[in-house]
Design a protein around this ligand. Structure first.
Ligand code: IVH
Length: 695
């Protein structure tokens, strides 16, 4: 078959299977077969890009890099909703609607209010052509490649009757399960975790690499339809229409006849909403008829035909029974409150079920760090108040000290030693967290380092994920990353272990069968080809994240050079400051780390970079420092950085008194600009910069 025909064929087939799966919940073929077809299509498209369809399902897996997103105007502004917090305010809204409609009969649609980020999607002739964030409501970022990774969002709509141009809107979100997984991954990599699923969704929709967005399994619930034509008569009709076109219309919506039914809907969903895969913080009421919506119109900020009602975060008293201390993968100590319900005060702690809060039982709440304990002024035995922030993560909001008279309490002594290995804890100046400095022997840290080492962004030994590392670690087969390279088929075959999840009690069985072992060894072998910058990142040196590792690899070009570098040589590298330099120096001064690196060299890992060195063009910018912000006409941001370095300049990470120039592009944030002005930093336009180079 000719490639054009086959591409067309595969595209249609994959669309069909997708639709069956997401709309009808039917899998006509296995995931494996689906992936094979997708791979075949991807291969053909790469060879024959001219035949790729605009709505190709290969875009679901991402793969495009967007250096900076275009700001685009919304065809219809994206407004916000007025909020209400009690029934009376809702009834007042109803009164305004009644008056506004001059005695006409009207109905409402009730929907849940989802806590994600609002997105707009434009379809031309049935094909998704644009996805945009809300932005400031007038203008948002165009993130089309990223929204195409939302599996439930149709890339094309098939229907005989479609407006040639229409826009739909919905709430993009990260399902709670994906959020937890992502934060665990962030912890493994020693990166900052997201505070809540909303921030995670927002960050993930704006990643430059759409393949990474695809991995984060984002989703979207659709809640509105807009077009220049009168296509549907009412909001309810449009939701039914969108559903029939294959959109993932928000679940739970309902048509109701009056405000009493709205209030009944609120009660109905107060608990039920906890079963949804994302946080909801209220409900939205919309006048159903589009004609009546037009009659009612808008205020400057929000429609007069809709309002939201916010549920109050449930806040309950609980007893602080114990504080336990978790040692993270990077040695950070996190105090955790162990709680029980007021009625469980006298029960032994292993018998308690916890406080009933927003749909689940809560037994633990993070206390973040020692300062938080002081801030709240907690004592053991205290009656505290617990709330779920964003309905997800339980937190302690305060203490009822009047209860201390009835129930005596004891002060909390923050440990001075690591609960896992007994080392004396330390705290760096200016940081809130205590940490265990014993990074070469403390068990959770050792295990954490191996998990970091095999991560996709490091050595990419994915065949070792999900409990296998834990098994090998517990059996003492792998206690440092270098041990991975001594594993053999004989050592691994037949290993079995059951891992119990402490929270849920669920048991997972891990067994190393022939095929598994082959895969693991293949993955380990392949890791010998990953580039030097990944190897450097994989070591897990404190403060050396993926970006810093890349900079160091480009600059020093080999492990040998980096190990030999002095503090002065390290801080001479653009963007490497004293904190990173000290951390690197201290890493290589520890005998265990030296041995590890030696063994990794012996194992044949890449210890030299193939990165292109900076090609020096001139020294016109020598001794000058720059911060780049905003979007530029003639350069991508990275190219601009290269240009500055190639001409002897240095890039700094933030605006400070030391800075010479702020290179200001379009759409840059006002706070940076203001700070630069205050500090007397020279602000350069793109033209002025080019003129400076030409001199
Ligand atoms: S309708 C003109 N429906 O709430 C109002 N919004 O404050 C258009 N939201 O930015 C929005 N669930 O991100 C609508 N079922 C729902 C919603 C919803 C969540 C968000 C949306 C919007 C904000 C309005």
């Amino acid at each position: 078959m000719n490639p054009e025909k086959r591409i067309q064929d595969l595209t249609d087939k994959l669309h069909y299977y997708n639709q069956r799966y997401y709309q009808d919940s039917v899998s006509e073929i296995s995931d494996f077969e689906f992936d094979q077809l997708l791979k075949e299509l991807k291969g053909l498209e790469d060879e024959n890009p001219e035949f790729r369809q605009a709505d190709s399902p290969t875009q679901r897996v991402g793969g495009t890099i967007t250096k900076s997103f275009n700001a685009v105007y919304h065809r219809y502004p994206m407004l916000s909703l007025d909020n209400t917090y009690n029934e009376q305010e809702l009834r007042n809204f109803d009164e305004r609607v009644r008056k506004g409609l001059d005695g006409e009969a009207y109905e409402y649609i009730c929907e849940l209010k989802f806590d994600g980020i609002s997105l707009s999607f434009t379809y031309e002739n049935g094909v998704l052509v644009r996805g945009v964030t809300r932005g400031d409501g007038t203008r948002g970022d165009e993130i089309t490649n990223n929204v195409k990774t939302i599996r439930t969002l149709p890339l094309r709509v098939k229907s005989d009757k479609l407006p040639p141009l229409f826009e739909i809107r919905g709430e993009g979100f990260m399902p709670l399960t994906s959020f937890q997984k992502l934060n665990e991954e962030m912890e493994t990599l020693g990166e900052n975790q997201y505070a809540n699923p909303r921030n995670a969704a927002s960050g993930s929709f704006k990643l430059q690499d759409s393949a990474e967005t695809a991995r984060r399994a984002l989703d979207c619930y659709i809640y509105s339809f807009l077009s220049d034509q009168d296509f549907f008569k009412s909001h309810g009709e449009s939701l039914l229409g969108l559903k029939s076109w294959g959109f993932n219309v928000s679940p739970g919506w309902k048509k109701v006849a009056n405000i009493d039914e709205v209030i009944a809907y609120i009660h109905e969903w107060e608990e039920k909403r906890m079963t949804l895969p994302l946080a909801t913080d209220g409900i939205v009421v919309k006048v159903n008829s589009f004609e009546q919506q037009r009659e009612l119109g808008f205020t400057a900020k929000s429609p007069r035909w809709a309002i939201s009602f916010k549920y109050k975060a449930e806040n309950k008293p609980a007893v602080l029974r114990m504080v336990t201390y978790q040692v993270g993968r990077t040695g950070t100590i996190t105090p955790v409150a162990n709680l029980c319900d007021l009625t469980e005060r006298a029960l032994p702690y292993n018998k308690v079920k916890g406080v009933h809060l927003s749909g689940s039982r809560v037994k633990r709440a993070t206390l973040h760090n020692a300062n938080e304990l002081l801030r709240l002024g907690l004592q053991l035995g205290d009656t505290v108040f617990v709330e779920k922030s964003g309905e997800i993560i339980p937190k302690i909001t305060g203490v009822d000290i009047t209860q201390r008279e009835l129930f005596p309490t004891q002060p909390i002594a923050f440990p001075t030693e690591c609960p896992e290995c007994g080392s004396a804890l330390q705290r760096n100046e200016g940081e809130v967290a205590f940490f265990c400095p014993n990074d070469s022997h403390c068990p959770p840290q050792l295990k954490g380092r191996i998990e970091h080492f095999i991560h996709r962004k490091a050595m990419n030994i994915e065949s070792l994920g999900e409990g296998k590392i834990e098994t090998l670690f517990d059996l003492n087969l792998v206690t440092t990353p270098a041990d991975l390279y001594d594993l053999t088929f004989e050592k691994l075959l037949g290993i079995e272990k059951s891992i119990v999840n402490e929270e849920t009690g669920a048991i997972k069985k891990i067994s190393f069968r022939e095929k598994t072992v082959e895969n693991i060894l293949k993955g380990i072998d392949l890791s010998k080809t990953v580039p030097f910058r990944n190897v450097l990142f994989a070591l897990g040196i404190r403060f050396v994240g993926a970006t810093v590792a890349e900079k160091l690899a480009t600059y020093f070009k080999s492990m040998a050079n980096l190990r030999a570098a002095s503090y002065e040589q390290l801080i001479a590298v653009p963007e490497i400051g004293g904190r990173i330099a000290l951390s690197i120096e201290s890493y290589f001064s520890i005998p265990e780390n030296q041995q590890l690196v030696e063994r990794l060299i012996q194992a044949g890992l890449q210890m030299e970079g193939d990165e292109k060195p900076v090609e020096i063009e001139s020294n016109v910018l020598e001794g000058k420092t720059f911060v780049i912000s905003g979007v530029f006409e003639s350069f991508e941001r990275d190219d601009l950085k290269d240009k500055i370095e190639a001409n002897g300049g240095r890039i700094l990470s933030g605006v400070s008194g030391k800075l010479n120039y702020l290179l200001a592009g379009a759409n840059m944030g006002p706070s940076k600009l203001e700070k630069a002005r205050k500090l007397g930093v020279t602000i350069l336009s793109e033209e002025e910069f080019l003129a400076m180079l030409a001199n």
